[in-house]
Design a protein around this ligand. Structure first.
Ligand SMILES: Nc1ncnc2c1ncn2[C@@H]1O[C@H](COP(=O)(O)OP(=O)(O)OP(=O)(O)O)[C@@H](O)[C@H]1O
Ligand SMILES: [Mg+2]
Length: 334
């Protein structure tokens, strides 16, 4: 059953031109000249209950705009959008009971209040029973290790601590869907890892559906089954990470440990990407020869200690996709 239906959604931002000075301000009011920017263009997808979907794309691609429309903060310019059967901006109040929202770059907490007071206010706003509130507060406080700073004012928390609080807050009322706009931005590797593990857990065990935006491919790899890639407002990919690998042509990373400096290797489809003395890393792109074939040829012409062959990491896959998009843009502009 689908819980989010996005059908031909477009969002155009209209920005009124300002003229400088007092006379200019008056002129701005009278003439109302504006520029338009299409942030989201004719996007269609649907999300089923229990899914974890990563929304990915370069800066300015329209990710935050889409999240804001799905959470009812922004009104689409055209198209149909339903979240849990309702139109988000029309049913903001009732929908807020069923969704949780986290904006990595903007806090939803009361800056000067202790964390616990923010939670209490949430209880009041969402009319949670004492029982639900206590149960969930204990549960998330344990899982996200909040107890050592729950009495501290929010402004004294580190970014990683604050993000854990933001996520716990967004989940206190047992939402069915959790929207997160860059939940791991600015965090160190350990803090990122904790958040990923936690999100994966609540998706798998508590069956909370997740939609998140990110620039970090590891977020997608570890949390999401599916990713949607957008570029300049357009959707350019919707599917699994594995499918994307196949679509772009599988790439392998071949690391060879030589016994002695090898002869120059000239095999089509194999490119040296890292040279660390006798340890050399090559990128292999699928051609009419298999990767084993190529490695065999290298081994027959050189003395080899060891070989490892891995799938290209996901960052390499995405870099390839972005480069392809970039080339397409340039051809379209010609
Ligand atoms: N309130 C606004 N008024 C006018 N234009 C806006 C507004 N918000 C966003 N935009 C424009 O819409 C486009 C999409 O912005 P959006 O914030 O959705 O991108 P994003 O994919 O979230 O980018 P990032 O990865 O940098 O967060 C950008 O070109 C941006 O300048
Ligand atoms: Mg954004």
């Amino acid at each position: 059953m689908s819980i989010i239906d996005v059908n031909g959604i477009t969002k155009v931002y209209r920005q009124y031109k300002r003229f400088p000075g007092l006379v200019g301000s008056l002129r701005s009011l009278v003439t109302r000249q504006y520029t338009e920017e299409v942030a989201v263009r004719d996007i269609t997808f649907s999300i089923k209950e229990g899914e974890a979907v990563g929304y990915l794309g370069p800066n300015g691609a329209g990710k935050s705009t889409m999240i804001k429309m799905m959470t009812g903060i922004l009104v689409p310019t055209s198209g149909q959008l339903r979240v849990l059967g309702s139109i988000p901006h029309e049913a903001r109040q009732s929908n807020s009971q069923f969704i949780g929202v986290v904006f990595g770059q903007r806090s939803q907490l009361w800056w000067d209040l202790p964390v616990r007071d923010s939670f209490d206010l949430h209880k009041y706003i969402y009319k949670l029973s004492d029982l639900t509130y206590q149960k969930n507060l204990n549960y998330y406080s344990n899982l996200l290790a909040l107890s050592s700073f729950i009495e501290k004012p929010v402004r004294q928390l580190s970014l990683g601590q604050r993000m854990r609080v933001e996520i716990a807050m967004a989940l206190l009322h047992d939402p069915k869907i959790l929207f997160l706009d860059e939940p791991t931005i600015g965090l160190d590797v350990i803090a990122k890892e904790q958040i990923r593990e936690f999100l994966r857990m609540i998706n798998r065990e508590k069956k909370v559906s997740i939609v998140l935006t990110t620039h970090d491919m590891k977020d997608i790899e570890e949390i999401c089954h599916r990713m949607i890639v957008v570029n300049k407002g357009n959707m350019v990919y919707d599917g699994s990470v594995e499918q994307l690998r196949t679509t772009l042509g599988d790439q392998r990373q071949v690391i060879i440990y030589f016994r002695e400096e090898p002869k120059v290797i000239e095999i089509p489809g194999i490119k040296l990407i890292k040279d660390e003395g006798l340890r050399k890393t090559y990128l292999f792109e699928k051609s009419d020869r298999t990767v084993f074939d190529c490695v065999n040829q290298i081994a027959s012409e050189n003395l080899i200690e060891d070989v490892s062959i891995e799938s290209a990491d996901i960052d390499t896959v995405i870099r390839k996709l972005y480069r392809k998009l970039d080339e397409e843009n340039r051809t379209n502009e010609l």
